[in-house]
Design a protein around this ligand. Structure first.
Ligand SMILES: N=c1c2ncn([C@@H]3O[C@H](COP(=O)(O)OP(=O)(O)OP(=O)(O)O)[C@@H](O)[C@H]3O)c2ncn1[C@@H]1O[C@H](COP(=O)(O)O)[C@@H](O)[C@H]1O
Length: 106
């Protein structure tokens, strides 16, 4: 499933019955959505450190799904995130960090 299709499924779950949809349950509770994202991120870190490829693929999918749900709770769409990534693509990560460090030094 593409990220765009997943984001659409998540958006369609707004207002759905929380007893019938895990997504709807998370969308109804900003705290739970954020907490679940944090839990899944930690689980992915553990698998990355252990070097278990299959488990990391599974946990990475959990992380991406829960990130999109947490963003949807805050009315942030995949298109919003893609726009931000596009803005960053004009510059390398190291150049961006150097510019940020220089700005904070004044
Ligand atoms: N991609 C996902 C997805 N990934 C994970 N999850 C759910 O996230 C929940 C995580 O709960 P837990 O933390 O208890 O699970 P866990 O981390 O595996 O468990 P432990 O590690 O604690 O043992 C589980 O119920 C998973 O089923 C997901 N639920 C839904 N989706 C997608 O969203 C669609 C709509 O789902 P519903 O809204 O439920 O209809 C689905 O068809 C999928 O495409």
């Amino acid at each position: 499933m593409s990220l765009a299709a997943l984001a659409e499924t998540i958006a369609r779950r707004k207002g759905a019955d929380p007893d019938k949809s895990w997504t709807a349950r998370l969308l109804a509770s900003p705290e739970m959505a954020a907490e679940k994202f944090g839990e899944e991120a930690v689980e992915a870190i553990i698998e990355a450190v252990k070097g278990d490829r299959d488990r990391l693929v599974s946990e990475a999918a959990d992380v991406i799904y829960h990130l999109l749900v947490m963003c949807a709770v805050n009315d942030i769409t995949l298109a919003d995130i893609e726009r931000e990534l596009e803005r960053r693509s004009a510059q390398s990560g190291l150049a961006e960090k150097a510019a940020r460090d220089q700005k904070s030094r004044g």
